[in-house]
Design a protein around this ligand. Structure first.
Ligand SMILES: [Zn+2]
Ligand SMILES: [Zn+2]
Length: 200
């Protein structure tokens, strides 16, 4: 199971950075999670990372904010067969692809879904902005089994004790307390930006 960070506020040399998030999940099939804020930069980064849009059959959008949906139009121009899954599609945890669950739409005004990907080591939780609160997302995900890793935008999440026991913590994008997370969980913390690959 491989995750490639395609889009983030920070990028490795040779890639574009931009406010937003997108990653490619390569599990039983290829799923693009979120699309960053700019289609131009998204497609540029995909090219640099040798990711072919036509090979990606499914797109899951975490929530309807421009920094997660901005590149969708441009992506669909290159692959108009891709199936798009919006958070409103699911009201409760559902297996949306083999081995990949949606938490279902969580939160109040801003409905957001996170993904839970089965890996050999336990579940990987991937968040967009975590507007519903990462603590709430973690609780939901735990219903499906042990969490091995959490990755994505954590927003203003500050109940750091909730991360106890998680083996891999990779906050990016909008995460406010990245440094505090790193200090509290130095061995579990992993810095990620566009171009980084995580294999579990
Ligand atoms: Zn965001
Ligand atoms: Zn947002």
């Amino acid at each position: 199971m491989k995750i490639t960070i395609v889009y983030d506020n920070e990028a490795n040399p040779g890639l574009k950075s931009g406010w937003g998030f997108s990653c490619l999940i390569e599990a039983k099939e290829k799923i693009l999670f979120d699309t960053g804020d700019s289609g131009k930069k998204l497609i540029y980064n995909m090219k640099q990372l040798n990711i072919e849009p036509k090979d990606i059959g499914k797109v899951a959008i975490s929530h309807n904010h421009w920094d997660h949906t901005g590149g969708l139009k441009e992506f669909l121009k290159l692959n108009n067969n891709a199936k798009v899954f919006h958070p409103k599609s699911f009201s409760k945890p559902t297996e949306i692809f083999p081995g990949v669950h949606s938490t279902g739409a969580l939160g109040g005004l801003i409905k957001e879904q996170s993904l839970i990907v089965n890996t050999e080591k336990g579940n990987l939780v991937i968040t967009g902005c975590a507007h519903p609160g990462l603590a709430k997302i973690i609780d939901k995900a735990k219903q499906l089994g042990e969490i091995y890793a959490v990755l994505g935008g954590f927003h203003g999440f500050s109940k750091l004790e909730k991360l106890q026991g998680i083996k891999l913590i990779a906050p990016c994008h909008c995460t406010k307390y990245k440094q505090e997370i790193k200090q509290r969980y130095p061995a579990q913390f992993r810095e990620i930006k566009a171009g980084d690959i995580i294999e579990i």
